[in-house]
Design a protein around this ligand. Structure first.
Ligand code: 5RP
Length: 233
């Protein structure tokens, strides 16, 4: 690693590459969303181009992932065309010691949960800054909400002790709109003590499509680190 390189970027690159290296020919691969998974998609494309990896089919978790996959030459399919997913690679905003996650920093957690939960092997790729003792300690919890239900959902979340904020887009010109045409609220909870329970409680509020708690879904967490100036996974 050179002095000019951003260590977080290097960690993301290394961990993305390490995850892509685990994909075998013939696999149906869930393609996650975000800057770390973008490196995995890029390296998968390189392995396909070099002929090392054959007969791969990708299932993107977002419009962004599908654009990247096409750019790097990964053939795509849909959940209607396949009966399983061999492996999914996806990033996370927080990872706790039980491998539970907060996701949705890129507003893609609804499709991500569908794809990641279906995979026989779900690999999470993060840099070491994402590791936390308790979920919710550094990142707000994203919740995707149907627009007409925004106000009652916010009230219901406040009753649960959360502080919800509508996520705004670039330059705060308008709300972030998901691939499903919905909005995202980011919720601060003082403490997420029972993530499995909270995941279900939030999804039970009418108008909530999906929240960013991923409990009991992760198989492997690959963590990118930089020690003594050297990147490792
Ligand atoms: C998108 C996500 C991303 O995986 C998460 O935000 C991590 O992104 P990055 O790899 O850019 O840090 O959940 O909805």
């Amino acid at each position: 690693m050179t002095a000019e390189q951003d260590p977080i970027k290097v960690m993301k690159q290394e961990v993305g590459k390490a995850a892509a290296a685990r994909v075998q020919s013939g696999a149906i691969v869930g393609l996650g969303t975000g800057s770390t998974t973008a490196y995995a998609i890029e390296y998968l494309g390189q392995r396909i181009k070099s002929g090392e990896l054959k007969d791969i089919l990708g299932i993107p978790t977002s419009f962004q992932a599908s654009v990247l996959a096409k750019q790097y030459g990964i053939p795509l399919t849909t959940l209607d065309e396949v009966d399983h997913i061999d492996i999914a690679i996806d990033g996370a905003d927080e990872v706790d010691p039980q491998k539970n996650l907060i996701k949705g920093g890129g507003a893609a957690h609804t499709r991500e949960k569908v794809v990641d939960a279906l995979a026989d092997l779900f690999i999470v790729v993060v840099d070491s800054s994402k590791l936390v003792d308790k979920l919710g300690s550094t990142f707000l919890l994203p919740v995707e909400v149907i627009p007409m239900a925004m106000t009652p959902v916010m009230r219901a979340i406040e009753k649960l002790g959360g502080k919800p904020e509508l996520r705004m887009g670039v330059k705060k010109a308008g709300p972030v709109i998901t691939d499903q045409g919905n909005m995202v609220i980011d919720v601060k909870f003082d403490s997420i003590d029972h993530p499995a329970e909270l995941e279900k409680t939030l999804n039970n509020i009418p108008g909530v499509l999906e929240n960013g708690l991923f409990v009991g879904v992760t198989d492997i967490v690959l963590v990118g680190e930089v020690k003594d100036g050297q990147p490792s996974v």
